[in-house]
Design a protein around this ligand. Structure first.
Ligand code: UDP
Ligand code: MN
Length: 296
């Protein structure tokens, strides 16, 4: 058993996880010190999570950005694979942000699933495209998502679903362990260490990957607003955090601990090679073509 039983009073997600009989695993860390579960294959019964979320009426907004050349390169594969694997059985609304709405592929969606396309301006620097997502997400949570969805998950587009990415991943505030860092000592984490940046931190709990984060709409709104504010303050002070929005996300998660953490199964990079603790891959990094995709 995961030592979540003792956490029943601490965090709502851990109490749900404990009641759904979340198990531990001997070879990996399955609980943070603040008693949030770290979700790995073999720990959970998917049917119990699906049943509970159906009973509670959970519904999920998935946000994804496909701006400039990223649209042709990735969006079709991302959406098609998501139809196969993301929150199957629950109501899902895709929020696709792009500068070219007319080029969004027409994909046949399963029942209970729909798509909204939102036009955004194309920033000329890729760093700004990435960082400004925080602003667009908080805007659309305010204007639309919070009327329709209980939960929000935010994704990079350069990835492909390959296995169940289901309701076990839902929580109040959800962060992802970065595949390249989860086994490394903390001094190698690439936090922003410039004291002039709002993202500055010396040390933290984990290195989280900004390719995926989520939570209740309220928490994701708070997170994206705080990160956007940090990004804008940095701009006024003429600094930019080392890894842009990811640095700000890591700072936010240091100050506001996630209630659930996803293992790197939820965003794996096959170039890392075999790891015995990765028993399934649920989402894989797609090939990066920075040279062609990032040139303006
Ligand atoms: N993005 C985009 N167009 C761009 C740059 C970025 O649509 O020109 C979006 C896209 O969703 C992408 C995300 O921002 O997945 C983050 O950028 P990228 O994946 O290149 O960052 P990395 O994975 O290398 O951190
Ligand atoms: Mn990416």
């Amino acid at each position: 058993k995961c030592h979540l039983e003792s956490a029943k009073m601490l965090n709502l997600d851990s109490s749900v996880d404990a009641s759904l009989n979340l198990q531990s695993r001997p070879d990996v860390l399955t609980c943070t010190y603040w008693k949030a579960a770290i979700i790995w294959e073999g720990m959970f019964d998917p049917r119990l999570y699906d049943e509970m979320h159906k009973r509670r009426g959970s519904s999920v907004a998935l946000t994804v950005f496909a701006v400039g050349r990223y649209l042709d390169a990735y969006l079709h594969t991302f959406l098609n694979s998501s139809e196969q694997h993301f929150m199957v059985g629950l109501p899902v609304t895709y929020y696709v942000f792009t500068d070219m709405p007319e080029k969004v592929p027409n994909i046949k969606l399963s029942p209970l699933r729909s798509m909204k396309v939102i036009k955004v301006e194309k920033n000329s620097r890729w760093q700004d495209v990435s960082m400004m997502r925080m602003k667009s997400i908080s805007n659309v949570i305010e204007s639309d998502i919070h009327h329709h969805c209980t939960h929000v998950f935010c994704f990079d587009v350069d990835q492909v679903f390959t296995g169940r990415f289901g309701s076990e991943a839902l929580g109040d505030s959800v962060a992802l362990l970065h595949a390249h860092y989860y086994r490394l000592p903390k001094h190698l984490y690439t936090y922003d260490r410039n004291p002039n940046s709002k993202a500055y931190m010396e040390t933290g709990d984990f290195y989280y990957h900004a390719a995926i984060f989520g939570g209740s709409w309220k928490n994701v709104k708070a997170l994206t607003e705080a990160c956007y504010q940090g990004i804008m303050e940095d701009k006024q002070n003429n600094v930019e955090a080392l890894w842009h929005d990811e640095s700000h996300l890591n700072k936010y998660m240091l100050l506001h601990k996630p209630s659930k953490v996803l293992s790197p199964e939820y965003c794996w990079d096959t170039s890392i090679g075999f790891r015995s603790d990765i028993q399934v891959t649920r989402l894989l990094w797609a090939p990066k073509y920075y040279d062609t995709l990032r040139t303006p």
